[in-house]
Design a protein. Structure first.
Length: 315
């Protein structure tokens, strides 16, 4: 699921888009920010649907084999065991999944060859043959073959990779989140009664997390000039054009959390943005941002502008 670091990245992406556009429409960019979160959930539903699509191809495959000019005995006696897989049966009965399929208008008709290609890989794997031969199935063993389809068939497929890259602009960034959501789903689907099995939630607490990202986005923009001045005062030996835009945005977001988020510890804020910098900015950004934030933090403390409460202590 999306943790706070992932959410900060979404805000970073939204801020970057905001400052790159000529028309500074705050509400529109807020809407786009929330949609970027929803896109992660949509991607998750598409992936669950693809897993199901691959397994369901066993029926089409059996028809194709039976219609061969000279079908073998094996062709005429296909094994449909995966059609009764407890995980997939439970998933298809899940009300939230059914609603999401309808909401996002999910259908793989646009690429009928993908499921065929993936099922062929599955069908020829020793893991699948072992699954078909195993007799004492449980919800756990049924989940094992679904995990195999996800991890070793779909995620290893360049064809599937291309489809998701084409459909979701932030696929390279959100891929890890997707894997966490699918892993959470495997954990949740532990009951033989489908009504007890729940889909993963996109965040741990969407009410709080939604408030967090909107507040972070708004406050960073609202205090843009003020926080830019703080940065300028500590980078006087640097030419402005030499400072990467991502570095500036990350520092402004950190300052926003220093001053406006009383329950977020300073150390947590610094660590989070330094980690984000490693992935989204230049190789030297991490040490640069750390040095500038240390100086700004010292000034803010001296001016009594950082007031943390509860677990959010300055030190």
């Amino acid at each position: 699921m999306l943790n706070r670091r992932h959410l900060r990245v979404k805000v970073l992406q939204a801020l970057y888009a905001y400052y790159q556009t000529e028309k500074k429409d705050l509400k529109l960019n807020e809407k786009n920010l929330l949609q970027s979160i929803d896109k992660v959930y949509e991607m998750y539903i598409w992936m669950l649907s693809l897993i199901s699509e691959v397994a369901d191809y066993v029926v089409t495959d059996a028809e194709e084999r039976a219609n061969k000019y000279l079908p073998t005995e094996e062709d005429l006696k296909p094994n449909f065991k995966i059609s009764e897989n407890r995980f997939l049966v439970s998933l298809k009965q899940n009300a939230d999944y059914i609603a999401a399929i309808k909401k996002y208008k999910i259908s793989w008709d646009f690429d009928p060859e993908l499921a065929k290609a993936l099922f062929t890989i599955l069908k020829n794997s020793p893991e699948y043959k072992e699954y078909l031969e195993f007799k004492d199935d449980t919800i756990q063993t049924d989940k094992d073959i679904i995990k195999f389809i996800f991890k070793k068939v779909i995620l290893k497929s360049s064809l599937a990779e291309q489809v998701f890259e084409d459909k979701f602009i932030h696929w390279p960034v959100d891929r890890d989140v997707l894997q966490a959501l699918i892993a959470k789903t495997f954990k949740n689907f532990s009951y033989d009664d489908p009504r007890q099995n729940k889909l993963a939630e996109v965040t741990g607490n969407w009410t709080e997390d939604r408030e967090f990202i909107i507040e972070l986005f708004q406050q960073t923009i609202r205090h843009d000039e003020e926080y830019q001045e703080l940065i300028n005062n500590k980078t006087q030996n640097w030419e402005p054009e030499r400072i990467a835009m991502m570095d500036t945005l990350l520092m402004k977001m950190a300052i926003t959390e220093f001053i406006n988020f009383a329950s977020v510890p300073v150390k947590v804020t610094i660590n989070e943005y330094l980690e984000i910098a490693k992935e989204f900015s230049t190789p030297k950004s991490n040490s640069f941002i750390n040095g500038i934030l240390d100086k700004i933090l010292f000034e803010l403390k001296a001016g009594n502008k950082i007031r943390k409460t509860g677990r959010g202590l300055i030190e």
